[in-house]
Write a protein that binds this ligand. Structure first.
Ligand SMILES: Nc1ncnc2c1ncn2[C@@H]1O[C@H](COP(=O)(O)OP(=O)(O)OP(=O)(O)O)[C@@H](O)[C@H]1O
Ligand SMILES: [Mg+2]
Length: 361
């Protein structure tokens, strides 16, 4: 009779190369077994406030390694991974003054989940960059709001000034010298105050108005934005291709505004491709215009949403966005006689910015 097949014990030891690879990853990671004992601890995990030398933690219960609060939160998620075999989605956790994206992933031997891998990525710097990008958006919007209010107020102000002149001229027909004197005093007081308001409004409008006559070089702006986004977390899995046609004339727009528009479109594209994809920026000259297209390989915008996406505060991702990006970008471009539209494609999204071409210097 043939001997019954022997049940092989799964090999859970890491080979030297595998351990060296995990040590080389610029991410803190460790592995626990089903009893939540530490089976692997990489070199990166030795650093920081919760770091320990590898030799002191291997084989130990995780409860003896992590601070109690961190252990409770982590153990609950790890037990879920062991029970369900499903990865626990990314959570944001603060350790000391650093912010981490943490994932807990099942490690399988055959069908059984034998270990859990805890993967923590330090996103503090990337997050700070993201916040700066968002703050730039908000400031620009505030500027537009102020300009809008200033513009609207100047009309009723002119009306008020006119009415006061009329009242004063009626009063000047009075027989009473005291009434005439008082009317004159009030008229000059109102004139002074209206002039002061007008000066204030002009200052506000001048500071919000784009500097006319300024032009932007597309390669410079696109290059600058791409450099800024190199370390943006949303771009970690995104391949960027830029295809800028030859002899592109400068565009009639100030570089800061164009930069903001390209940034908003690129961040949107990256957010639409969380699993990775390709972002393409391409530009060409057309008649007296320049066209810049931002394309991605994400799901695109559903037909029903295409009319909504340019409205202020419309977002399908309220956790990350406020829905102002496209609204601001479109109004910036339109203020310079250009346009920003969504161009439907068979696959992925395409946003097209059209601007007037400026004469070459
Ligand atoms: N490249 C894209 N692919 C798919 N959908 C997109 C893309 N760009 C924008 N959208 C859709 O348009 C909506 C509005 O975009 P918008 O940039 O105005 O706001 P947001 O990105 O959600 O938030 P914010 O830019 O204020 O942070 C998004 O929520 C998304 O649904
Ligand atoms: Mg956006």
């Amino acid at each position: 009779m043939p001997a019954p097949p022997t049940r092989e014990r799964p090999d859970h030891t890491l080979s030297g190369l595998a351990a060296a690879v995990l040590d080389a990853v610029p991410v803190s990671l460790y592995v626990v077994d089903r009893d939540l004992r530490v089976a692997f601890w990489n070199r990166q995990r030795e650093k920081g406030v919760q770091g320990h030398p590898r030799g002191t933690v291997l084989g130990k219960a995780l409860s003896d390694v992590l601070p109690p609060g961190a252990y409770r939160a982590s153990a609950a998620l790890m037990r879920q991974v062991l029970a369900t075999g499903q990865a626990q989605d990314e959570t944001r956790e603060t350790i000391g003054d650093r912010l981490f994206h943490v994932r807990r992933l099942p490690v399988r031997s055959g069908r059984q989940v034998t270990h859990v891998l805890c993967w923590s990525e330090d996103v503090t710097d990337a997050r700070a960059l993201e916040m700066r990008v968002i703050a730039t958006d908000r400031l620009a919007f505030l500027g537009q709001l102020v300009a809008g209010v200033a513009h609207e107020i100047s009309n009723p102000l002119a009306g008020i000034a006119g009415c006061v002149e009329a009242l004063a001229s009626l009063a000047s027909q009075s027989r009473e010298p005291a009434v005439r004197r008082e009317a004159d005093e009030f008229r000059s007081l109102v004139r002074q105050e209206v002039a002061r308001c007008e000066r204030l409004l002009r200052t506000l409008l001048d500071s919000a108005r784009p500097s006319p006559g300024r032009t932007a070089s597309l390669p410079d702006v696109v290059g600058g934005v791409l450099r800024l986004l190199e370390r943006h977390p949303a771009f970690a899995r995104v391949k960027v291709a830029s295809r800028l046609g030859p002899r592109l004339p400068p565009a009639q727009v100030d570089p800061d505004s164009l930069r903001q528009v390209v940034l908003a479109l690129a961040v949107n594209a990256a957010r639409a491709m969380p699993e990775g994809g390709t972002l393409t920026l391409r530009a060409r000259a057309r008649a007296r215009r320049v066209q810049l297209e931002v394309l991605d390989t994400g799901p695109g915008v559903a037909p029903l949403l295409r009319r909504q996406i340019f409205k202020p505060y419309f977002t399908t991702d309220p956790a990350q966005g406020t829905g102002l990006g496209l609204a601001i970008a479109r109004s910036l471009v339109q203020a310079r006689g250009g346009d920003l539209v969504y161009v439907p494609r068979a696959r992925g999204a395409c946003f097209r910015v059209t601007l007037q071409a400026a004469a070459r210097k």
